[in-house]
Write a protein that binds this ligand. Structure first.
Ligand SMILES: [Fe+2]
Ligand SMILES: [Fe+2]
Length: 183
């Protein structure tokens, strides 16, 4: 008896997303190595932690497909992009990657809505929320670097940016949780 509760299209889309999250993980790992090599240990640490988060996302997709009776397929992962030329380029690229990933998440939400696969739709809402956080996190990186002076930042302000990111939390506050007392 076929116990697969996923349509072939959704099974493939979710499996592809599992691979895409690993690609994101490799990309941030590679950027982390770049930053480490340049002496930005705090930024590297932030990117390594982010790489691990992306791997966790991949595992969630794997587990979901298996739980629903499907079988995800690990594909060849494309090489990460070339090293950035500057911190600005690095953070801009992190942001672009997150936006790309959000588009890909939305596509699966669309498909689950179309197919009235409410289980998948519900599962995907976790990722919709997660992407708000990840995009905010990437926007914060860009903002912090801009305040530090961008590519013309002094050694001193880069030193303190690097220190800040070493201990920056992985989660950001969501607008949904804000109140007048606690904006
Ligand atoms: Fe992710
Ligand atoms: Fe992400």
């Amino acid at each position: 008896m076929d116990t697969n509760r996923l349509s072939p299209e959704l099974e493939k889309a979710l499996s592809d997303q599992m691979n895409k999250e690993i690609h994101a993980s490799h990309t941030f790992l590679s950027y982390g190595i770049w930053a480490d090599d340049k002496g930005y240990g705090g930024i590297a640490n932030f990117l390594y932690r982010h790489a691990q988060e992306e791997r966790n996302h991949s595992i969630k997709f794997m587990e979901y497909v298996l739980n629903r009776g499907g079988k995800p397929k690990v594909d060849a992962i494309p090489a990460p992009p070339n090293d950035p030329n500057s911190l600005t380029e690095c953070f801009d690229s992190v942001f672009r990657h997150e936006v790309d990933n959000t588009t890909s998440i939305y596509r699966i939400v669309d498909l689950s809505l179309e197919q009235k696969d409410w289980a998948t739709w519900n599962f995907m809402q976790w990722f919709v929320k997660e992407q708000i956080e990840e995009e905010t996190l990437a926007q914060n990186l860009i903002d912090k670097l801009k305040i530090a002076g961008g590519d013309r930042a002094s050694g001193e302000s880069l030193f303190s940016l690097d220190k800040t990111l070493e201990s920056a939390p992985d989660d950001v506050k969501m607008a949904q949780d804000a109140t007048g007392d606690n904006p």
